[in-house]
Design a binder for this molecule. Structure first.
Ligand code: C2E
Ligand code: MG
Ligand code: MG
Length: 721
């Protein structure tokens, strides 16, 4: 049987081809994933079926078409191994039977089929190999491209790093954890005065400044042990030439992937100028520009630290020093010389405690303070105070002047736990005031009891004005009696304060305060008026008694220009005749502040009142003035009378007091003055004083101070001493 010739170019689609293609498509889809729809697959495989059939029937056979079909399967991604297997097997008898049923007996058909099977396999395999190759090539190409990109990036990064590293103004250094320098940039080398190569041969430890603050070395150790990732400190380095450079240092730790420390990267910036400026500013802020001594800020900072870090039982001591009369020196010599004096004194103070660890500070003006750094307690503080006083008191040459300067010092020394900065300073101030009050050129030690008394005193002083307004003062009167016949010739008015909480307070506790505050003028005026009113009452009731009232005038009161008016007004207001009023002034009050007897004495005497010198013999005994003053009476001070005793153990002293009293009485009588003996406590004293021709006596023996109504009772004869 002849083969039916098949025309080459025409579509060839034998009737069985469609069924074969459908079967092929089903098999292919069953065998694995196909990226085509079922219809598309079938259509594609129908084309191949036709192609295969056409090739088998061609007059001159070529296996090329089958190879193309194998290749096309791969290109359509039908690459499952089962697909090749099915396609090759089906291309045998099955193909002939289905697609070319008329040709099964054609002898050449079998040969052609076998050749086609091989060609399809070969095409499939080649295409698969080509595809694998091209995929590998693509992967390789991408890998190369990626590596190139990484390398380029690395090169870029390295270049950038280099640019930063070499061009940076800050110093950058990389060192191993063993301290060996691996790399440094030029700035780093410049800052430390080495060349880059010199530094590469060096261990960082040798650059450390020996006196670095404690902890700096430890911090570095901890960093290289991996306890920190970075540290930042201000730190000095030793330059090659031995000078110091202050740097702001930041060190970071670079680790291996497993976390072990690998390198340190240090970045340093030269901050020497800024540091020195800061230091200068800090020095200026903490030191006195005139003397260069630490100022009060630094003193309080230091004192604060002492308190903060004070161990239990630790004591703290200060000497608070103030020059005596500095203002006068300053005013008379001028401020320039005053400044020079302060500079000299400052230097001496600093020198005299130098090496003992004490801080000497200028608190301002002529005030200095020494913080005594000691375990030696009060003895140390006193020793420092004495050294300071000695240092100050050596003659000072300023300009062409030689000055003798002194100072007063308040010492406070106590357990730190018992005080605070402000209490300590307050105590020092109080104590300095005591030293000044005790006569300057000396030290005083703080005494809490005395301070408490001071505080009570000032509280009392503060309460005085209101007490006067509320009428809390009362007068008691003490008889002054004739030593000849015992008649009561006068009474002394003695003021008391009926305090709402403290009870009856004696004048010794508040007259001084009233003098200091100036209230004495108002209080004294009240006493005068009240005494005159009481005395006028007694006179009206007992005109024959001629009872004199004796009123004390404080120095400040007597010195007051208005005193004459005050006395005159008290007399006119109450109607008391002037001769029934006696005013008692102490010797110092008589002399006034101007150093000569008060002018007002004559005016007071001119009013007709009597004047007595109180506590005579205890004060400023310039007897010469007695002659020239309008005085009527001397009141002999208690201590002379106290020395007159029958049973005295010290007989010689008794006689001396008696002889003094004798002399004073004679003097008084020569000047035609009356003599009143104060503080007569015994019959013996009264008897002796009478024998010494003393005129009158006052004291417990003749009657204690009593309220006004008791005087009236005595005038009435109802009461006897
Ligand atoms: P003074 O003027 O020398 O008054 C006498 C003081 O001696 C009174 O103390 C009186 O109570 C006390 N005295 C009385 N008898 C005896 C005695 O037998 N023995 C002793 N040792 N003392 C006796 P007082 O009342 O405490 O007054 C003290 C001082 O207070 C007075 O001393 C006087 O200087 C001042 N003073 C009292 N009242 C006033 C006043 O109204 N104005 C002024 N400026 N000072 C007054
Ligand atoms: Mg008196
Ligand atoms: Mg007196």
């Amino acid at each position: 049987m002849q083969a039916a010739p098949v025309s080459g170019g025409e579509d060839f689609s034998p009737p069985g081809a469609r069924a074969y293609a459908a079967e092929w498509a089903r098999a292919v889809r069953r065998l694995g994933f196909v990226p085509l729809s079922a219809v598309e697959t079938e259509r594609l495989l129908l084309v191949h079926t036709a192609r295969l059939a056409q090739a088998l029937l061609a007059p001159t056979f070529s296996a090329q078409a089958a190879e193309h079909v194998g290749r096309a399967l791969v290109e359509a991604h039908l690459t499952e191994p089962g697909v090749l297997d099915w396609s090759v097997r089906a291309l045998g008898d099955h193909f002939l039977a289905r697609v070319l049923p008329g040709r099964t007996e054609w002898p050449e058909a079998r040969e052609r089929v076998t050749a086609s099977q091989g060609a399809l396999s070969a095409g499939f395999a080649r295409a698969l190999r080509d595809r694998t190759f091209s995929q590998q090539e693509r992967i390789a190409r991408s890998a190369w491209q990626a590596r190139d990109a990484v390398e380029q990036a690395l090169r870029d990064s390295e270049a950038r790093f280099r640019a930063v590293f070499t061009g940076a103004a800050i110093g950058i250094g990389i060192a191993g954890v063993d301290g060996r320098v691996i790399e440094v940039n030029q700035s780093f080398a410049d800052m430390l005065g080495y060349t880059v190569d010199e530094l590469r041969a060096i261990n960082v430890a040798s650059l450390f400044y020996a006196d670095d603050a404690a902890g700096m070395w430890e911090l570095y150790q901890e960093l290289i042990e991996g306890k920190h990732d970075s540290v930042r400190v201000e730190k000095r380095y030793l330059r090659k030439d031995g000078t110091i450079v202050w740097t702001d240092l930041a060190v970071s730790l670079i680790r291996y992937d497993d976390g072990r420390p690998r390198f340190t990267v240090a970045m340093i910036e030269d901050i020497t100028e800024r540091y020195e400026l800061q230091q200068r500013l800090r020095f200026q802020a903490l030191h006195d520009p005139l003397t260069g001594l630490p100022n009060r800020t630094l003193f309080f900072e230091t004192l604060g630290r002492v308190f903060e870090s004070a161990a239990e039982e630790q004591r703290v001591g200060i000497c608070f020093l103030d020059l005596d009369g500095f203002k006068a020196i300053n005013d008379s010599l001028g401020h320039d010389l005053g400044d020079l004096l302060l500079i000299v004194i400052s230097r001496r103070l600093a020198d005299c405690v130098a090496g003992r660890g004490h801080l000497v500070a200028r608190m301002g003006g002529d005030e200095f303070v020494i913080l005594v750094d000691s375990g030696g307690g009060l003895d140390d503080a006193v020793e420092v105070a004495e050294l300071a006083l000695a240092a100050v008191s050596a003659p000072v040459h300023v300009g062409d002047q030689q000055l003798a300067v002194s100072a007063s010092i308040g010492i406070v020394e106590c357990p730190a736990a018992e005080t605070s900065v402000s209490e300590l300073m307050k105590a020092a101030d109080t104590t300095l005031y005591w030293a000044k009050a005790e006569g300057r050129g000396r030290w005083a030690v703080y005494d809490p009891e005395r301070s408490a008394a001071d505080i009570a005193r000032s509280a009392l002083a503060a309460g005085l004005p209101a007490a006067l307004d509320r009428g809390e003062f009362v007068l008691h009167y003490q008889p002054i009696v004739s030593l000849l016949d015992g008649t009561m010739l006068a009474v002394e008015a003695l003021v008391r304060w009926q305090h709402p909480e403290l009870g009856l307070i004696g004048p010794d506790r508040f007259i001084g305060l009233a003098e200091e505050t100036g209230l004495i003028v108002r209080l004294g005026a009240w006493v005068l008026r009240q005494a005159c009113r009481d005395a006028e009452g007694w006179r009206r009731a007992y005109p024959d008694a001629g009872l004199v009232v004796s009123v004390n005038l404080a120095a400040r009161q007597a010195d007051d220009p208005a005193i004459v008016d005050t006395v005159a007004e008290a007399l006119t207001r109450t109607g008391l005749p002037a001769e029934l009023l006696q005013l008692e002034l102490t010797e110092s009050a008589v002399m006034g502040t101007a150093g000569e007897p008060l002018r007002s004495l004559h005016e007071l005497a001119g009013l007709g009142v009597r004047l007595a010198i109180d506590d005579f013999g205890t004060g400023y005994s310039n007897l010469a003035y007695l002659r020239r003053l309008p005085i009527h009476c001397l009141k002999l001070a208690g201590p002379f009378v106290e020395g007159i005793r029958a049973d005295g153990a010290d007989v010689a002293a008794d006689h001396r007091d008696e002889r003094i009293v004798d002399a004073l009485v004679r003097l008084a009588h020569a000047l035609e003055l009356w003599v009143t003996a104060e503080a007569v406590e015994t019959e013996v004293q009264a008897e002796r004083l009478r024998a010494l021709r003393c005129d009158t006596g006052q004291g417990r023996w003749f009657g204690a101070p009593v309220p006004a109504d008791r005087i009236r009772a005595r005038l009435a004869g109802e009461e006897r001493p």
